[in-house]
Design a protein around this ligand. Structure first.
Ligand code: CDP
Ligand code: MG
Length: 707
């Protein structure tokens, strides 16, 4: 067979047919774009955005909001002044997949005119004009560019999800928009007039914003257009928040979906979901609560398929959840091979953020994993809770995108009536220390009077301020401390992890802490298939540390690294991946998670290096490392009670060691942990034993006050 280069050089026909295929493909894309409901209102939307500084767009999932609106605005000249269109998404997956899709639709290379930027992964360049990013990332950008001066339009997408970052971002954008309108007006006025309004602004906005405003005045930043897009039909709250902003509804295209309920409550919805998968006949979308559950279902499906006759094995399952590497996420979007049915196992990511083509059946167990924060105890936990009615409706809607569909709700109909109408915004149910730290770094000193769309409780704000103070990020008068507070705000991590890295530098174990933080940012490191329980447990025991999960994670990370270094010095990325898969399989380590952790590691390492922190290792001295863990996570310490349970020292709650912890079944006086998961009990995850005396020594400011 001739090589590609030859065939193209010598056979012009071949080349022509290539470009024909390309032209045909672009034609198809154009057809698809034209057929989307939003295409019919392109001119109207562009006019509305020209005429209104803020516009709310409400439209059903799949109507074309996310992929099309930025292209309409680009075409209409909103980037002509060299400014970009920014589109925020609550989820990383959505930012990546949509950017890829839009680059393809525009016929450009990803990272050129169309790009994305998410934490730990930047695919943009100087020429990027349509930039998809997470809402959290735009908040971080505001730290460096308080006026978001490189954007002419910012589209806050999926606003109905009301993530904590979306809520804070909306508050910030409201401020920026006001200030930028003022700059635009004032650049026409005299110096004297500017000084007057400076002092007015200074009172309103805080000194930091005003000083950067002065710097920007020469540049004459145009006013900022803001578009808030939501899939929920209720535009009122957004409109009211933005002073009665205009709202436009985009018609969706929804086919009827038959909804079925179970007769009685299901004791095991995973089993029920699997049974239902085998009863449906087309492509299926199953909503599950997280990576662990998704992987368990993947395993169970495989097992079940093996016992079926060959003709019934035509089922292909693909997972999709937030921390899945993006090439793997893309698999969910591809059509199943001919003769196969596709089963997408998804978290609530697939409710509205991403649209997966071809779905006819939806299986909805009616639960979701959600963060919950108790400001009284200061403890945040991850719980599996019932969805809201709005979520249930979004989920069933996924079945009727391309034709009539069916949705199986795995609970009785009377339960549906009991569900809350909509989900409580995240800002009302999570620890605020991360956003408070960022707001402080943005110069918003008075958190209580910040114009939140929905104000978190006073108690939650006070508790988070207290926590930041205990971590050393705030001074006694609640100002950002120097250098610790500023350093912590620069790291894209939860404050407690940022602090752990800063401390580790002082303890000379930053190398170990970088691995720890990376490994703690992924959901499950060990893989325990039901059919190989003994084998997988033995593998875990081989690598486990008696001291606890943190050192165990370091062992996993390093052992794999050593293996890779030995087996493929200097070889290609593919070879490394192959070797890694092999090692993970043999050691019952979740390859997906470990890969993700390695990515996160290299990114955080980059940040830490940039900050000038010295990266050293404590070598064999793991006692030093455990002392550092204690100094960092002292707020999450628990001590053993005579009855064998543990009590969290900060809150007094009764807690237990999680069954997946390597310390399960051991008896230690005192432990620290990273996460509390509430199911039937309060479980501590990621646990390491410590000496109780270290708490008094290394966190005397906290524990002295407790006595
Ligand atoms: O934002 P909204 O839910 O209104 O729609 P969208 O995300 O812009 O998607 C519009 C259509 O584009 C979908 O119905 C899909 O057919 C297609 N699309 C796709 O094929 N691949 C993607 N990654 C995203 C969208
Ligand atoms: Mg969308």
């Amino acid at each position: 067979m001739p090589s590609m280069a030859n065939s193209q050089n010598r056979q012009p026909n071949g080349a022509v047919s290539n470009s024909d295929a390309r032209r045909q493909y672009m034609q198809q894309i154009l057809q698809h774009r034209k057929s989307l409901p939003i295409a019919a209102v392109e001119n109207r939307l562009v006019e509305e955005i020209r005429n209104n500084h803020t516009l709310i767009i409400v439209g059903e999932t799949g109507s074309g909001k996310t992929t099309q609106l930025p292209q309409f605005l680009f075409k209409a000249g909103f980037c002509r002044n060299g400014k970009a269109i920014g589109v925020t998404q609550p989820r990383r997956v959505a930012a990546v997949t949509v950017a890829k899709r839009v680059a393809e639709e525009c016929g450009v290379q990803l990272g050129q005119r169309v790009g994305y930027s998410i934490r730990f992964d930047d695919m943009t360049s100087g020429s990027t004009m349509i930039k998809y990013m997470t809402d959290g990332l735009l908040l971080r950008e505001a730290l460096l560019d308080p006026y978001l001066s490189k954007y002419s339009v910012i589209i806050v997408d999926e606003a109905h999800e009301r993530t904590i970052h979306t809520d804070v971002l909306l508050g910030l954008l409201k401020k920026v928009q006001k200030a930028r309108s003022q700059t635009a007006n004032e650049s026409l006025n005299s110096d004297r007039a500017m000084t007057d309004s400076d002092s007015k602004l200074e009172k309103e906005q805080g000194a930091d914003l005003v000083s950067s405003l002065k710097k920007c005045q020469g540049a004459r930043i145009p006013p900022l257009r803001l578009v808030v897009m939501s899939a929920s039909l209720d535009a009122r709250i957004f409109s009211e928040y933005f002073g009665g902003a205009k709202a436009v509804h985009v018609q969706g295209r929804q086919f009827p979906v038959d909804v079925f309920y179970t007769k009685g409550p299901e004791t095991d919805y995973v089993d029920a979901a699997i049974m239902t998968i085998f009863q449906a006949s087309g492509d299926i979308l199953v909503f599950l609560t997280g990576q662990e559950e998704i992987e368990a279902v993947e395993g169970l499906l495989k097992e079940k398929l093996q016992h079926l006759s060959k003709d019934k094995q035509n089922l292909l399952s693909t997972p999709i959840f937030a921390s899945l590497p993006s090439e793997q996420q893309m698999k969910a979007f591809m059509p199943a091979p001919a003769g196969f049915r596709k089963v997408i196992l998804a978290t609530n990511i697939a409710e509205t953020s991403v649209t997966i083509p071809g779905i006819k059946y939806v299986i909805d167990p009616g639960v979701v994993k959600a963060r919950n924060y108790n400001p009284r105890t200061g403890i945040e936990s991850l719980n599996v809770i019932p969805t809201s009615k709005a979520q249930a409706l979004q989920r069933s809607g996924r079945a009727g995108r391309e034709g009539p569909g069916k949705c199986f709700r795995l609970y009785p109909e009377i339960e549906f009536d009991k569900l809350a109408d909509s989900t409580v915004p995240e800002i009302k149910r999570c620890n605020l220390s991360n956003v408070i730290l960022q707001l402080k770094a943005l110069g918003v000193d008075d958190i209580m009077s910040f114009d939140f769309m929905e104000k978190p409780s006073r108690m939650a704000i006070v508790k988070s301020l207290e926590e930041l103070f205990l971590l050393g990020a705030l001074t006694e008068d609640y100002k950002l401390s120097d250098p610790i507070g500023h350093q912590m705000a620069r790291l894209p991590l939860d404050p407690i992890y940022s602090k752990a890295l800063i401390l580790a530098c002082q303890f000379n174990c930053l190398e170990e802490m970088l691995i720890t933080v990376a490994m703690l940012s992924v959901e499950s490191i060990f893989y325990m298939p039901r059919e190989k329980q003994d084998e997988s447990r033995a593998a875990k025991n081989r690598i486990a540390s008696l001291e606890g999960d943190h050192i165990t994670f370091i062992n996993v990370y390093r052992t794999c690294d050593d293996f890779l270094a030995k087996s493929n010095a200097g070889s290609s990325k593919e070879k490394t991946l192959k070797n890694m898969r092999k090692w993970c399989k043999e050691n019952f380590v979740n390859g997906r998670s470990l890969r993700h952790a390695r990515d996160v590691h290299s990114q955080i390492r980059g940040h830490v290096e940039q900050m000038g922190l010295r990266i050293t290792s404590c070598g064999e001295d793991m006692l030093l490392y455990r002392r550092c863990l204690t100094a960092a996570f002292f707020m999450n310490a628990a001590s053993r009670q005579p009855d064998g349970t543990y009590r969290a020292l900060a809150s007094g709650q009764v807690v237990q060691i999680h069954p997946f912890s390597v310390l399960r079944g051991t008896k230690h006086d005192c432990v620290i942990f990273n996460e509390l998961v509430r199911t039937s009990q309060n479980y501590m995850r990621n646990v390491t034993r410590i000496d109780p005396l270290w708490l008094a020594e290394l966190a005397s400011h906290f524990y002295a006050a407790q006595d």
